[in-house]
Structures are given as structure tokens and as C-alpha cells.
Design a protein around this ligand. Structure first.
Ligand code: NAD
Length: 734
């Protein structure tokens, strides 16, 4: 059959060129059709005596992003169907056979008897890099865009088409494990240094270089299929191996807290595979791959971090009837900590920025933040001084509100004070265009009430960034009671333009992310007061899968901020709205001790000028008891730290603040690092089932208080056996 996804041609020297160029797609991906056509191409190369060997290249800007994950999801669906019809065993066999087809295909290429070389341009990751690894030679482009790597771990998977076996046969075991654990993507020159590619060359020459390798007699036998092959780090059972493996186990534990089965599977597959000849090693890898593909963690991570995030990034929640908008010029009011960085990320995305503050000096100081940030990029070799000059030329720092005439969107980031904001909003409205949308970056003030200061309520919206803006990928878009579809569409278009992920939430105190994460911090505070050793609280947070413990996190965001929020809640909602124990703790820390967190060098931790931070020795005096660490149930600490966030997320759904489970899940991972292996706050509940979650919360509530009491929605879902994704099916992108 004529291939659809590849072009096949042979030059006068008898070297074939297989150009991968899938029609109608911006990026090549591995599908069942691609696999079939590649299989046919291998047969053709073998069958035609006139063909010496074959180069695989891409007809696109990138080589390929790897396997089509919907194909992998298809295997899981087929498994479920077959298991229901014919039972677990035949379904498992079919699943194993299906999921190892790609690995077998690559092995067929590797052992076909003729030399293959890969010419790699742009991104070449996952299953695509595994194809390149199965080729006998690799030439990578030497440009900045070219990257090779095996990032599967980031969505709970691991390289299942030979990657876990070929990489540690090409480079030191420790480096190979690290590369796969981290899902690192390497530039061509680095990959060459590590032994993963044979040669780097200008992009225009890679095909010619790969062909030259074949013409010059490149061997069709992979190193590991030769009798004299030696593993780069020596045998597993050897003195060198004994240096590697115990440390590898320890690093695995430290980095994953045993929460990521895919990382453990990498360890197993490499350890077991390196003791076997290649064909058996690949079979071992396939077994681990099949078991990981069926894991709860992989399913949750693929859904949240690949499928849902992709859909949100495409604007799944955008009102479809609104015409597309683009910001050419942005107005930012308030050039402080947040405003300056909002200006920076926008200017980095090519947008012209008018950066306004109360006086010229403050505005200039805000612009300096951009200068500092891009200088740091230059120092890391990621930008040039020409980039810096162009970036700074796009930012106009001023104290003149009339410069807002002609901007396509205004984002306000002045002090978190109703009166200051009211003045800024009014001054902006007088200067900006009559059609332009106004957005506030407030973190606590209701959008609906702020909109009262603006005459066009429907054109007023919240665009809530997280700090540090240049690193945090999430943006919460807050829809006020009267916000219209045009404002929502413009806000989503802007967030996409600056390459961040938008979630859309309805107006409420704390919106979504802060509500959940403040509960995490509060739970840490309460554990401290109860008498749990501080180090144990912090470790329990990380063991639960959070990036940092609750006390560290509080130090980062500043204790006085938490204190202010608590006081505001008390004032607005009454004393019963807050926990008096937490209030007392923060009062001691902030008001009496002036311990504000990292920003003034003392919080729950001390921050010495030299050396790492240390838990403050005075914390013991804030505790009502000192519990015996051996008598504390660590599993319960972990449950408390995650459940307090998830139960809050469920409340936001019940209240209609969050309406789409994808947004709660993706928002929780991107916004505050909620244990990614769970798939996010709501997937954590779906993963264990609403019934089990409600039982756990009831137990925690009986022991620790009503803050764990499950909302009615959860009880209802538990009774009916429902999931969030079943009860609130997400809408498809336009
Ligand atoms: P900040 O104090 O660093 O910056 C505020 C800036 O606004 C200052 O430079 C100030 O001079 C300027 N300003 C005050 N009145 C002004 C006026 N009338 N016109 C022009 N400029 C004026 O504060 P920040 O931390 O950047 O916070 C700004 C907003 O962002 C607040 O609403 C805050 O709640 C929100 N926010 C903060 C964070 C955070 O982590 N700090 C996160 C999300 C949202």
C-alpha cells in the first residue's frame, strides 16, 4: 500500500530516505497507521537488494512528539471490554501483546540486517526518540530547538518501546536513570556528549550526514547485539554496580516518596533488563510497561496533565460565539511585585506593554524587574542582548494613565485595598477605549463588588496570576456576577497568548486555588499546635506528594499575608469563620515575634545568610503538647493534608465556583502542586471512590473537627457510586 504518513525515496547511491510527514497534523505522532507503514517500509528496505540502508527524517519542524496517547488509552478500553467478555486472563494477554507491538517493531528495524540512521530535527521525544535509538546511528541538528529525551515519567508512564534498555546500554547507568526519572530533554550537543547521538550538524545537513554514515559502511548491528559488547557501567553484579544500585534506590525514594509506580518500574526494568540479552530485556520492559499503563496513577496523570491540560490550553471553556481576540498592546496598572512580572511575561510573548504606577520612579522600578529577569536568561544562555533590547523596547513605564488609550486589555495589580483599586479603576476607565476589557488581579476582593467602580459591568473580569508569574503556568479567570461572554473570551485569549493555562471560576472569597491551598497551610498549623514534631509535619506533606511542607509553603507566601486574610475573614464573616487556634498561632508569629517568613529571614524556619534554612528552634514553645513521634500515625497526617484540600475542592464544585472537574484538577497541580500522581484534587476523590473518601472524611471529622465534614454533594455521590467526571462531564473544546 502507498504510505500516507511517510514519503519513501531512494537516491542514486542506493540509500533510502523515509520522510515522516503526517498530513493535516502540525506534529508527527505514532499511531497504529504509522506503525503499519513503518513496518512496510522496513520490509521494503530489506526486500530490495538495491537499497543499502535507510535514513528516517521528519518533513516537519519537529521530528515527533512520540506516541499518540489516545492510542494508549484505546488499549485500556479494549482491555476493559475484553475483560468483561472473556475474563481477566485473555484480556491481560491481549493487552500485553498490543502494548508491546511498538517495541517489537523497533526491534525488527534494529535487527533487519541493513543499517538505519535517524536525522533528528526539533523535538524528538518519547516513542519517537525510541525509534531513533533503535536506529544504528543518530545525527541531531545543532540548533536550540532540537531536543531529545524520554519525558514519559511526567505523565506517569515510562519508556516502553526499548528506551529503558537502549539508553543504559549507551551511557552510564546512573546518568540513564536520572535522565528517565527526570524526563529530561537534552539538546543535540549534550546528547552527543552523553553518547545518545553519534553526531551533531546544522539542521540543513543532518540528512546528508546520516546518508554519509550509511554510504561509508555504517554497521547494521547494534552494539548490544555484538559478542564483545560491554555495558558502559559494567555488570549489575559487580563492584561498580554495587556503587550505583543502592544509591539509585535511595534517590528513587527521596525523589518520589514511593508515590510514582512508573519511577519504580524504571528501576526494575533497568536493573532486571541489564542482566539479560536484548530480546529478553525488551520483554521484561514490556511487562513493566503494560502494568504501568494499567495503573491508576498513569490514568490520572494522562487525563489531567495531558488530555485536560491540552483541552484547557486550547480554550475549552471559551464562549464559542465570541470572535477571536488578540492583545497587541496591554495596559498594566501597578508596577509592583505582580504587575511588573505580568508586564514581563506579556512583553516576552511579543505584546507591547504600558506599565503604569503612581509615579515615574515606581514605574521605572517595575520595568527594571523585566531587565533583571531577561538578564538572568542571558546569563543562562537562553536569551541574547538583542532579545533584551527588543523586550525592553516593548515596555513603556509611565505614571500617565492617558497612555491607556489604544490598549486592547487592562490588567490592574495595585495594592490589595478597595479604595486604592476603586480610584485606579475609575482613572483607567476615563482613559481607556470604550470597548476594552478591564481585568483585576485581586487575590481576595470579590470581582462583582470591584466591578461597581466600572460603568460596563459586563466588561469587568478577574485575571488572577500566581507568583512567581514567570514560572507559574496557571491563571485563574474569575467571572463576576455580571461579567459577559466577551470579557471571558478576551481573558482566555490573552492567557493563551502568554502561553499559560486558564481555568475559569465563579466569583467567591478565595476563588478556587487559594481556598484549597490555605487549607493545606492551616492543617500544618493545627498539627503544629497539637504537638506533632515540625519536621514530621513537613515530611508528611512531601510524603503525601506535595512539593513542599505546609510550614515551608507558608514561609514562602509570607505569614503576614495569612494573618491579614484571617483578619479579613473574621471581620467580614464573623469570628466563627476562623479557627481561634490558628489565629493565636499567627498572632504570636506575626504580631509578637515579627516572623513573617522568608521575606524577612525568619518564619517557621530561620534563614541564615549561609547554609540551608532550619526549622526555628522556638516552635516547640507554640505547641500545646509534644507528641511522641512513634505514636503518631503518619498515614493519617498524609490523609489530613490531602483530604483538607480535596474536600474544599468538592465544596467549590457544590457551590458552583468550579463547574468543570478538569479545571479543579489541572488548577490544583499547576497552581499549588497538589500531589500530581493523584491527577489533582477531584481525581484524588474519584481515584479512591466517593464512598471511601466520605468514610475517611467522617473519621477525620470525628477526630479532628468539622473542617473535614464532607459536603452534601459528596454524600450524594457516595450513595450513588458517582465520580466527578461522570456527574459533571467536561465540555469539549470548540
Ligand atoms: P505590590 O505592593 O508589590 O504592588 C502594588 C503596586 O501598585 C505598587 O508598585 C504601588 O506603587 C502601585 N500602586 C498603588 N496605587 C496605585 C495607583 N493608584 N496607580 C498605579 N499604581 C499604584 O503588590 P503585589 O503583591 O504586586 O499585589 C498587587 C495585586 O496583586 C494585589 O491585588 C494582590 O492581591 C494581587 N496578587 C498578589 C499576589 C502575590 O503573591 N503577591 C498573587 C496574586 C495576586
Amino acid at each position: 500500500m502507498t504510505p500516507v504518513n511517510f514519503r519513501f525515496e531512494t537516491d542514486a547511491d542506493g540509500v533510502a530516505l523515509l520522510t515522516w510527514d503526517m498530513p493535516g497534523r502540525s506534529m508527527n505522532v505514532i499511531t497504529l497507521d504509522v506503525m503499519r507503514e513503518l513496518d512496510e517500509a522496513i520490509d521494503k528496505v530489506v526486500a530490495d537488494a538495491a537499497i543499502k540502508g535507510c535514513v528516517v527524517a521528519s518533513g516537519k519542524d519537529n521530528f515527533s512528539g512520540g506516541a499518540d496517547l489516545t492510542m494508549l488509552e484505546g488499549f485500556s478500553r479494549q482491555f476493559a471490554d475484553l475483560a468483561a467478555k472473556e475474563g481477566e486472563e485473555p484480556a491481560t494477554q491481549a493487552f500485553f501483546d498490543g502494548t508491546r507491538k511498538l517495541s517489537q517493531l523497533y526491534r525488527k528495524l534494529e535487527t533487519c540486517g541493513k543499517p538505519w540512521a535517524a536525522a533528528i530535527n526539533g523535538v524528538c521525544v518519547g516513542g519517537a526518540f525510541e525509534l531513533a535509538l533503535a536506529c544504528h546511528y543518530r545525527v541531531a541538528a545543532d540548533d536550540d530547538r532540537t531536543r531529545v529525551g524520554l519525558p514519559e515519567i511526567k505523565i506517569g508512564l515510562f519508556p516502553g518501546a526499548g528506551g529503558s534498555q537502549r539508553v543504559p546500554r549507551l551511557m552510564q547507568t546512573g546518568d540513564a536513570l536520572q535522565m528517565m526519572f527526570k524526563g529530561e530533554q537534552l539538546k543535540g550537543a549534550v546528547a552527543q556528549k552523553m553518547g545518545l547521538v553519534g553526531e551533531v550538524a546544522p539542521a540543513a545537513d543532518i540528512v546528508a550526514k546520516a546518508k554519509a554514515w550509511i554510504k561509508n559502511g555504517g554497521s547494521p548491528v547494534a552494539p548490544w547485539d555484538r559478542k564483545d559488547f560491554r555495558l558502559p557501567s559494567g555488570k549489575v553484579f559487580s563492584p561498580a554496580g554495587m556503587m550505583t544500585w543502592p544509591a539509585a534506590n535511595a534517590i528513587y525514594r527521596r525523589e518520589t516518596m514511593d508515590n510514582y509506580p512508573a519511577a519504580k518500574a524504571i528501576l526494575h526494568a533497568v536493573y532486571e533488563g541489564l542482566q539479560l540479552p536484548m530480546d529478553l530485556a525488551l520483554r521484561v520492559e514490556s511487562r513493566w510497561f503494560a502494568s504501568i499503563l494499567r495503573s491508576k496513577e498513569a490514568a490520572a496523570m494522562i487525563r489531567s496533565l495531558f488530555v485536560s491540560m491540552g483541552e484547557l490550553n486550547k480554550g475549552a471553556r471559551r464562549p464559542k460565539a465570541e470572535p477571536a481576540s488578540k492583545v497587541k498592546k496591554l495596559g498594566v496598572i501597578g508596577a509592583g511585585f505582580m504587575g511588573a512580572s505580568i508586564g514581563y511575561v506579556s512583553a516576552m510573548a511579543g505584546i507591547e506593554v504600558v506599565l503604569i504606577d503612581r509615579d515615574q520612579a515606581s514605574a521605572d522600578k517595575g520595568k527594571d524587574i523585566s531587565r533583571n529577569l531577561i538578564t538572568a536568561q542571558i546569563n543562562r544562555g537562553r536569551a541574547t542582548s538583542a532579545d533584551r533590547d527588543a523586550l525592553l523596547a516593548r515596555i513603556e513605564a509611565t505614571d500617565d494613565y492617558s497612555k491607556l488609550a489604544g490598549v486592547d486589555l487592562v490588567v490592574e495589580a495595585v495594592f490589595e485595598d478597595r479604595d486604592v483599586k476603586a480610584t485606579a479603576i475609575k482613572k483607567a476607565e476615563a482613559a481607556m477605549g470604550a470597548e476594552t476589557i478591564f481585568a483585576s488581579n485581586t487575590s481576595t476582593l470579590p470581582i462583582t463588588s470591584l466591578a461597581e467602580n466600572f460603568s460596563r459591568h459586563e466588561d469587568f473580569i478577574g485575571i488572577h496570576f500566581f507568583s512567581p508569574v514567570e514560572r507559574m503556568m496557571l491563571v485563574e479567570i474569575i467571572v463576576g456576577a455580571k461579567t459577559g461572554p466577551k470579557a471571558l473570551a478576551h481573558a482566555i485569549d490573552f492567557v493563551r497568548q502568554i502561553k499559560k493555562t486558564p481555568i475559569v471560576v465563579n466569583d467567591t472569597r478565595g476563588f478556587y486555588a487559594n481556598r484549597c491551598v490555605l487549607n493545606y497551610i492551616r492543617e500544618g498549623h493545627l498539627m503544629l499546635i497539637e504537638g506533632v514534631p515540625p519536621a514530621m509535619i513537613e515530611n508528611a506533606g512531601r510524603m503525601a506528594g506535595m512539593p513542599v511542607g505546609p510550614l515551608s509553603l507558608n514561609d514562602e507566601v509570607a505569614l503576614d499575608l495569612g494573618w491579614k486574610i484571617l483578619q479579613a475573614e473574621k471581620k467580614d464573616l464573623g469570628p466563627q469563620a476562623i479557627d481561634p487556634r490558628q489565629e493565636k498561632l499567627l498572632e504570636t508569629m506575626v504580631v509578637k515575634q515579627q516572623r513573617l517568613g522568608r521575606k524577612n529571614g525568619k518564619g517557621f524556619y530561620d534563614y541564615p545568610e549561609k547554609g540551608p534554612k532550619k526549622l526555628w528552634a522556638g516552635l516547640g514553645e507554640l505547641q500545646s503538647a509534644h507528641l511522641d513521634p512513634d505514636a503518631i500515625d503518619v498515614e493519617e497526617l498524609k490523609q489530613r493534608l490531602l483530604a483538607t484540600q480535596s474536600v474544599e475542592a468538592a465544596r467549590t464544585v457544590e457551590e458552583g465556583v468550579v463547574t468543570d472537574p478538569r479545571e479543579a484538577d489541572v488548577g490544583s497541580i499547576l497552581g499549588f502542586g497538589f500531589a500530581p500522581f493523584t491527577g489533582g484534587t477531584l481525581s484524588y476523590i474519584d481515584g479512591m471512590g466517593a464512598k471511601a473518601f466520605v468514610e475517611m472524611c467522617d473519621k477525620l471529622a470525628a477526630k479532628h473537627g468539622d473542617r473535614f465534614a464532607p459536603p452534601k454533594l459528596l454524600r450524594d455521590m457516595a450513595a450513588k457510586g458517582e465520580t466527578f467526571y461522570g456527574r459533571f462531564p467536561p465540555a469539549k473544546a470548540a
